[in-house]
Design a protein around this ligand. Structure first.
Ligand SMILES: [Zn+2]
Length: 342
């Protein structure tokens, strides 16, 4: 596999380019929003702001590909993303998967393999079927937009029975389709360890996983352990300073690069243009640096000040995304030969 599914169809590994590996456009909750009208959800204004920012990311900052990890549980709505992205000169990779820290909705219980409805229907788990079909057939209501990555979560509750089911569906979909798995973790619970343990026990190749939100940690031993085991880590919340300040994030990343880990790290912001959970006015006031330009405007200059090389930056932002998204070592080598210095 050396192509990657995007909003506008598959692209070749050579077209992936400089990539933000964990972002969001919007995080919503349709049921809540039908009943609690959010005063800040002004579609025209949000679309205008997002289009301007995404266009500038490409034209001014050289970002070519934006991976939107908004999945079910975060209000995934790809037809709306398609409308928003009209005319935006960026590749957008969309995801399948499920965002929940603990439980799945009742629908998945009644339709589970042993559920009231599911056991009468037989066949594969609806969750697994959804993941696979999002990747192979296309996401409903989109005219065939296919997901390019699977996103799953663990947080304070660990891998609960429902999450175990999500993980099983993700593992099977990964094996069947070859797309990678990208995770949410809470570093205070070192969830990366449990995730790797689960993946190993269930036959998931760690090389095809990104342990997300690892950049919330400054524990070099923990981070190196995750990479030594084979996973990529996501230093993917630059700007989210209410969790950890950017100076600490940059210092930690620079240390890992100095110790030779450039080939195992992806970088991103986990930012968005609208979230019902932390709305734009709140973000503007309390976390003003959390936006999609933060890496270009602040993080890269700070890394250079700490002696990080252009090749290390290119490795993280261009080469590693090819390896993660395609899993194709030959394609990655070809891109690396083109973009890295001699
Ligand atoms: Zn995220």
């Amino acid at each position: 596999m050396s192509t990657v599914n995007t909003l506008r169809g598959p692209i070749d590994s050579t077209q992936i380019g400089t990539t933000l590996m964990h972002e969001h456009i919007m995080a919503r909750n349709p049921e809540l929003e039908q009943n609690i009208v959010h005063p800040e959800y002004d579609e025209a204004a949000i679309f205008a702001r997002a289009r301007k920012s995404l266009t500038s990311l490409h034209e001014d900052k050289g970002i070519d590909t934006f991976v939107d990890l908004t999945v079910l549980g975060l209000g995934r709505d790809i037809p709306t993303v398609q409308r928003l992205a009209e005319g935006v000169p960026l590749n957008i990779v969309v995801a399948t998967g499920y965002y929940t820290a603990k439980d799945l909705p009742t629908y998945f219980h009644t339709h589970g393999p042993d559920g009231l409805v599911g056991k009468t229907l037989g066949g594969p788990d609806v969750l697994e079927m959804m993941f696979v079909e999002d990747i192979t057939k296309g996401i409903p209501r989109t005219d065939g937009v296919k997901a390019g990555i699977i996103k799953i979560v663990t947080d304070e509750h660990g891998i609960t029975p429902d999450l175990d089911r999500v993980y099983r569906a993700a593992a099977r979909a990964q094996a069947e389709t070859g797309v990678p798995i990208s995770t949410h973790t809470n570093v205070h619970f070192a969830n990366g360890r449990d995730q790797q343990k689960w993946f190993k026990a269930n036959g998931v190749d760690l090389e095809r996983t990104v342990i997300g939100h690892s950049g919330d940690s400054t524990d070099l031993d923990y981070l190196k352990e995750l990479m030594d085991n084979g996973s990529f880590i996501g230093m993917d919340r630059f700007g989210m300073e209410f969790v950890l300040d950017d100076e600490s994030r940059v210092d930690t990343l620079a240390k890992l690069l100095e110790q030779g880990y450039a080939e195992k790290i992806t970088i991103s912001h986990d930012a968005g243009f609208f979230s019902i959970n932390t709305p734009p006015s709140w973000r503007a006031k309390y976390t003003p640096n959390w936006h999609h330009h933060r890496i270009s405007d602040y993080v890269l200059p700070e890394l250079r000040k700490r002696g990080v090389t252009e090749d290390q930056i290119t490795q993280m932002m261009v080469v590693n995304p090819v390896q993660v998204l395609t899993g194709d070592a030959e394609a990655t080598k070809a891109v690396a030969a083109k973009v890295l210095g001699p």
